[in-house]
Write a protein that binds this ligand. Structure first.
Ligand code: DGP
Length: 114
């Protein structure tokens, strides 16, 4: 059995309600939400970080973005706007080492610090 948390969620071995799923991607609510809408969009394939994507794997990010845009529309945050974040590595704030995109919406996001 995979020890990776998001592999276990994606495979269904750790029961989690999906807000979206298809052949390549699953999406579910963040356990520690930082906004009224805080969804994690995750490839089913185990890729540790965005830095591990090869030049022939850019489709992975396209799929995550397309899913996030669709979920944002369904959650009703598309008109007001939302934030998509991919943390990479420890100094990038990544804590779960399975590539994922955060979709944050439903409140005004602060400007990024310089
Ligand atoms: P990051 O720091 O970018 O690696 O984001 C990891 C996110 O994963 C963090 O916001 C909390 C969330 N998270 C951690 N464990 C679980 C879990 O078991 N279930 C869910 N739904 N989210 C989790």
């Amino acid at each position: 059995m995979s020890e990776c948390l998001f592999c276990r969620i994606a495979s269904g071995s750790l029961p989690t309600e999906f807000v979206f799923e298809d052949e390549h991607v699953v999406a579910f609510r963040d356990i520690n939400p930082a906004a009224p809408v805080h969804i994690l969009v995750v490839p089913r394939a185990h890729i540790e970080t965005v830095a591990d994507l090869g030049s022939d794997e850019t489709g992975v990010m396209s799929r995550l973005t397309a899913a996030a845009n669709r979920i944002a529309r369904e959650a009703g945050v598309d008109a007001g706007g939302y934030r998509l974040i991919v943390n990479c590595g420890r100094e990038g704030g990544q804590t779960v080492f399975h590539l994922h995109m955060h979709l944050l919406g439903g409140r005004k996001m602060p400007e990024l610090a310089a």
